[in-house]
Design a binder for this molecule. Structure first.
Ligand SMILES: Nc1nc2c(c(=O)[nH]1)N[C@H]1C(S)=C(S)[C@@H](COP(=O)(O)OP(=O)(O)OC[C@H]3O[C@@H](n4cnc5c(=O)[nH]c(N)nc54)[C@H](O)[C@@H]3O)O[C@H]1N2
Ligand SMILES: Nc1nc2c(c(=O)[nH]1)N[C@H]1C(S)=C(S)[C@@H](COP(=O)(O)OP(=O)(O)OC[C@H]3O[C@@H](n4cnc5c(=O)[nH]c(N)nc54)[C@H](O)[C@@H]3O)O[C@H]1N2
Ligand SMILES: [Mo]
Length: 829
């Protein structure tokens, strides 16, 4: 192990190989600001990463009241000390001079600074006025997957039982709505079956639309370490781009975008045809096998090959690898979720596991991944368009139970219809029925599809927009009131990662200026609105993070996501803990469904399911008839083509996504110098074949246009599948060079200028991965390479003349087998 590595040039650091069923060795990654030595650190404060869903545990180094670095936590189950590039460098954004330090209100068209009383006074006055004249349905809340559990729970209580609105959702709708929905469709309830530890035991790892190396770099380090150890796993990777995982795969399938269901149906077909199914498991734990088998009967590899444009033999090889696995681990993410048949496809991955009995054992697990660090909490707490604690809005017993927890009448909690999803909330705002939209911890003016439309919705006079953020984002610039928030490292709270591991993230430093933690903003609003329970007492009875956590525990009691066995103190003991954690499993629960399907019972389930084609919700009676015993449900679905196909004017498919160095709209990573300079500007990827055919070269300035809009970007020629373009969605108008604003007539650079207002009918997750686009040369390049990384899926097909991505001195990270420096500190006290 090298003691020190440039982690921009080598994002995954050095290898610590290990064999199957062995423990993953520890490697402690530490990065301190230049000039700071380990001995200079005064305190290490326990936390976990907030820049993806992995939950990498870390300690924040503090000196003189300032953050001066981070160190991975050796004792934590998730990362065994490792950190990814964003974890290592992203914290620097906290002390950016661009932080909002005072509330702002719009006066005469301009945002001007004011005090908290004035800003909150406006929000409360508008809320009361709207409640009096237009009713609770005129107020909507659009929140995040990046706040803490305590904050979402407080927001869910005040929105659902305080205001009484059905319009509360998170940007999790864009992110993991399909994960939740696919779990509900197959298992009756949300809750991730698998565990990251499955990587240690699996002999086959299958990745469906998941660029794990870039988006969960620490789990990729774990896979890389296994690939270099004894008895390595075989990888199956389904992704149209040459991702790092694709390059290491035994079988890489690069399908036409939007054809996942066809491919999965062919895999199911082959596995059933060759008899590689677990009849005992199917008989004991599932319903619907005959329907599934009939549904895929005609889905031969040849049939799918024609749709997906991958060789039939490769599909057979993939089916053989998956079909012969002893312990299969699969992950699913945005290449599946942000597509027109998102839930239908994700459910087929569950089906693969169910018919092969690959569930509830070490190494045999499915991870319907999350993306955002706290998306799981948004879902649990009911801030995402579900009721808290995975309660079923169609089940009156569940609603009554929740009403009891909140001490309100059941009628107080809207449950006349499914909670409104985000895309619908923006539609209501466009039509004028939603008159106030409170946006916290998300930047829709860059992240939602069809930005011209989103800007015009947010800019309307009749819509009162509140934005709660760290920076004056593209969205905040359109607000009527801007509330400056404290963030990670400046506030305490819990967060739960994609494998149900709960971490405590503690306050390390003071927030800048008058910025306040999100919890305090919501508590202040609840107090000013004077929300009451049915006995006239205050509706919100807690006052700080820990008391909010205790309140949440009561709400989670007896539910699948039971937190009752957790306390802040237990979470300070050196490792995160997986829910459910209660009296029966005080150490937490590594895997769900080790002992049958626990939450699919008609009385217990979170959802009665939906039609996978139309999204129409089933009734309780339908569910009971189809699944009286509460088994896992095998649901087939026929393939449907993407809604938008390439044509003469728009001959390419366009997909969008991420790079390892940036997080979303770059509000944090764009302000961390090492990350910003690793990927400073937008680019567009096209294949070698397309570039040669059209005479385009690396570095040429291109226009990418769809019927919604256009952007300009430099060309990177890669091994992406021919016919497909890729644009990272990280680049809004905000510019590290200080530039702002759409600018009259200037060509945009945000990917979402081009995306469509359309969503999966079941999960309502918008489509970001398939559009039809034109690619046009604007200006020849000067011979300089595109500003795209060379270390990732964006690597140039021909590296000649393209300088390698590197971070130099400033990006050096120490790698040791145990924590160095002063006391162990942080959560590992
Ligand atoms: N570095 C970094 N890490 C992150 C984030 C970040 O912004 N930056 N964000 C976090 C969040 S919130 C999320 S949701 C996750 C997202 O993590 P991922 O889902 O891994 O990331 P994406 O780049 O959105 O998409 C993954 C892959 O889908 C492929 N794809 C596109 N179309 C199709 C298709 O039709 N079929 C298949 N099978 N694949 C397709 C793309 O080529 C891409 O490689 O990452 C999390 N981690
Ligand atoms: N074209 C395209 N579009 C996409 C995607 C794609 O793949 N392609 N992916 C989608 C997905 S999966 C996601 S998750 C979304 C992400 O989209 P967004 O959530 O809109 O993106 P972020 O940049 O993460 O925005 C988070 C905002 O919260 C602020 N913030 C951070 N911490 C805190 C805090 O503690 N408190 C408060 N109040 N604010 C805070 C940040 O400054 C930032 O402005 O984008 C979606 N949009
Ligand atoms: Mo996401």
């Amino acid at each position: 192990m090298d003691p020190s590595v440039d982690r921009i040039a080598q994002p995954w650091g050095s290898r610590t190989p290990y064999g199957r069923h062995e423990a993953w060795p520890t490697r402690v990654d530490t990065h301190l600001a230049q000039g700071v030595e380990p001995g200079d650190v005064e305190r290490w404060v326990g936390s976990a990463s907030i820049l993806h869903s992995d939950g990498d545990a870390m300690d924040i180094a503090v000196r003189d009241g300032r953050m001066v670095g981070v160190r991975g936590r050796a004792t934590d189950r998730v990362n065994h000390g490792r950190l990814g590039p964003k974890d290592l460098f992203g914290w620097q954004a906290n002390s950016s001079p661009d932080r909002l330090t005072r509330p702002l209100i719009r006066e005469g068209g301009r945002l001007v600074e004011c005090d908290w009383d004035t800003a909150m006074g406006r929000v409360v006055a508008r809320s009361k006025d709207l409640l009096d004249h237009d009713g609770p349905g005129s107020i909507g809340f659009y929140t995040s997957g990046q706040l803490f559990l305590e904050e979402y729970y407080t927001l869910a209580v005040l929105a659902r039982a305080g205001i009484g609105t059905n319009h509360l959702d998170g940007n999790t709708r864009l992110c993991t709505a399909t994960a939740a929905e696919a779990l509900k469709e197959s298992f009756g309830c949300d809750g991730q079956p698998g565990s990251y530890d499955d990587i240690d035991h699996a002999d086959v790892i299958a990745l469906f639309g998941h660029n794990v190396a870039e988006t969960q770099p620490v789990q990729w380090m774990r896979v890389l370490d296994r690939l270099e150890g004894s008895d390595p796993p075989r990888l199956v990777c389904v992704d149209p781009r040459p991702t790092p995982a694709a390059r290491k795969a035994t079988v890489h399938l690069a399908p036409r975008a939007g054809t996942n269901v066809a491919l999965l149906n062919a895999l199911l077909h082959e596995i059933i045809r060759t008899g590689r199914i677990d009849k005992d498991f199917i008989g004991a734990h599932t319903v619907g096998f005959d329907d599934l088998a009939a549904g895929v009967e005609d889905c031969t590899p040849e049939w799918a090959a024609g749709i997906c444009d991958v060789p039939a033999d490769d599909i057979r090889r993939a089916a053989h690898v998956i079909g012969s696995a002893e312990r299969l681990m699969s992950t699913v993410l945005q290449g599946v979720y942000q597509s027109h048949q998102a839930t239908a496809a994700a459910v087929q991955v569950n089906n693969l596991h169910l018919i092969r009995g690959m569930l509830g054992r070490a190494g045999a697990g499915v991870l319907q991944m999350n993306g955002q660090p706290t998306a799981q909490n948004t879902r649990e707490c009911g801030a995402n368009g579900d009721l808290p604690g995975f309660r079923n809005w169609q089940n009156d017993t569940h609603v009554a139970d929740l009403a009891k927890v909140w001490n309100v009448e059941p009628e107080r909690i809207p449950h006349y219809a499914p909670p409104t999803h985000a895309m619908q909330m923006f539609r209501y705002a466009e039509q004028g029925s939603i008159r106030m939209l409170w946006i916290s911890g998300t930047n829709p003016a860059v992240s939602l599809p069809e930005l011209a439309r989103i800007r015009s919705i947010l800019a309307q006079d009749r819509l009162f927009v509140v934005v709660q953020d760290l920076f004056l984002t593209e969205t905040a610039q359109l607000a009527d009131v801007v509330l400056p928030a404290a963030t990670w490292g400046e506030k305490t709270g819990t967060l739960t990662n994609a494998d149900r591991t709960v971490h405590l993230s503690e306050k390390a430093v003071e927030p800048p200026g008058q910025a306040r933690r999100d919890l305090d903003i919501f508590l202040d609003y609840a107090a000013r609105m004077d929300f009451r329970d049915k006995d006239g007492g205050p509706l919100v009875t807690w006052h700080d993070p820990e008391s909010a956590f205790e309140a949440w525990k009561r709400c989670s009691a007896g539910r699948p996501c039971d937190y009752t066995g957790l306390t802040y103190d237990r979470l300070r003991e050196g490792t995160g803990i997986q829910w459910p954690c209660d009296e029966r499993s005080p150490q937490g629960t590594e895997r769900l469904y080790t002992d049958g399907i626990s939450w699919a019972d008609p009385q217990a389930c979170e959802s009665y399911g939906k039609d996978l084609v139309t999204g129409a919700a089933n009734e309780a009676a339908d569910y009971r008839a189809a699944n009286p015993e509460g088994s896992a449900m095998l649901k087939p679905c026929a393939y449907l083509p993407p809604h938008e196909a390439p044509d003469e004017d728009h001959p390419f498919q366009l997909t969008t996504g991420r790079t390892i160095y940036h997080f979303h709209t770059r509000t944090k990573t764009g302000r961390a110098p090492q990350l910003a300079s690793a990927a400073p500007e937008v680019w567009v990827e096209a294949s070698t074949a397309d570039a040669a055919r059209l005479g385009f070269h690396e570095g040429d300035l291109m226009e990418v246009a769809t019927s919604r809009g256009a952007l300009r970007a430099r060309l990177r020629v890669t091994d992406i599948r021919p016919g497909l373009l890729f644009v990272p969605f990280h680049y809004g108008y905000w510019d590290t060079a200080g530039g702002h604003g759409p600018g009259a007539g200037a060509p945009g650079r945000a990917a979402n200028e081009t995306t469509v207002t359309d969503w999966d009918p079941v999960s309502k997750q918008p489509l970001f991965k398939t559009a039809a686009a034109a690619l046009r040369l604007v200006e020849r390049g000067s011979g300089e390479a595109a500003p795209a990384p060379t270390t990732t899926a964006s690597a140039p097909a021909d590296p000649a003349g393209v300088p390698g991505t590197a971070g130099g001195e400033a990006a050096l990270v120490s790698q040791t087998d145990a924590p160095t420096g002063s006391e162990r500190g942080g959560n590992s006290r």
